[in-house]
Design a protein around this ligand. Sequence first.
Ligand SMILES: Cc1ncc(COP(=O)(O)O)c(C=O)c1O
Length: 454
Amino acid sequence: MSQPAPSSASPLVTSASGDLFARAQAVTPGGVNSPVRAFNAVGGTPRFIESARGPYLTDVDGNEYVDLVASWGPMLLGHAHPEVLGAVSEAVARGTSYGTPTRPEVELAEEIVARTPVEKVRLVSSGTEATMSAIRLARGFTGRELVVKFAGCYHGHVDSLLASAGSGLATFAVPGTPGVPAASTAATLVLPYNDTGAVEAVFEEHGDAIACVITEAAPGNMGVVPPAPAFNAFLAETCTRHGALFVSDEVMTGFRVTRSGQWGLDGAVEGWRPDLVTFGKVMGGGFPAAAFGGRADVMGMLSPEGPVYQAGTLSGNPVATTAGLATLRLATDEVYRHLDTTSLALQEEVGKAFRAAGLPHLVQSNGNMFSVFFVEEDVTAVPNFEVASTQNLERFKVFFHAMLEQGVYLPPSAFEAWFLSAAHDDRALDRVVAALPAAARAAAAVPATPEGAR
Ligand SMILES: Cc1ncc(COP(=O)(O)O)c(C=O)c1O
């Protein structure tokens, strides 16, 4: 963070984004193809992005932003990385989809198996497909139906996982959204994250009927809430003891927090292995590619080797797998060192600016992923969704827009991780750091949320 940062005094022009948003709303529900993009949590007009390069986004009005979303995680190397683009251009010139096996999908699967604890892997097109298929496979392998998940962990829009806790800890879940039949969540149990007692209680009551526990390997979808020390090891051991499978969802953390993912941070250290793992985001290099994999005996139950059906017209698509492969091959130890250092530096700058403004907050990190919780001073840790939900969302809204107006694109929700890339250099960071004090002061001016109304 060496160079002086440019200041941007005047509000950004957003008329072309506004026009596109109006047109989009006429033809698409909410004007977007995935809800969080609509800015509903922060208000205002979403920015329609025209292009991106390195750590920067440029919107249709010509405004440039330092990007701290990275397409919600995938863009580990930054946008439009020349070597990824080169590999993709060559792949596209050879045709875009054949519906046959291809070389890049074999090489991508080999790369995943080499970097992670999985022995065999099946490629799919989205993280949702990966978790949905992993659960079907866990049920098929164990011959059991119940699935345990944690409140605040997001695994995509799988019916059985869009579930809210029932009335008691060991009671079955209820649909988390209209459109999900009660029957789909009736075999799901939702527990508070990081709560070993709650896990023990459900296994005591339902242990011989539980097919799997699925958890974000380290949650990033309620803000960053790291697993308590040995929590993943405890889950793996509890599953094994009861004949259930441990499904570690690494869609967000996979290939992002280490060369493998969260397993490289705690699994390898604590000596446990997941039975099944789901991947997505980084492994697609900005294209729709995802995967699930794990123990060879479990994966052997999958069609056509075994009886559990799963398929996809565009699974293992040659362009998507080429982009993913190029990205993973470029994701060297040096990239992860850069991400760790940069993330730490930015976390410190956020803390400095917030303290100077007298803005109560908590920064939580897991490897190079981190988020800022707008909680009151008495909250010293956010271990689960219940505590994450005590955030002052009005302060976040004001902070978000003050950063946006100064050319910093943060996730438009208080419950999301901030993502960096290998392309975030001193110049990009200086721009973020320069924007922080004014945004922190603006947020600090918002009154504390009255108790009970949070
Ligand atoms: C941990 C986790 N699992 C699964 C998903 C679903 O992935 P997709 O959006 O590709 O369906 C996400 C998406 O954010 C995620 O963060």
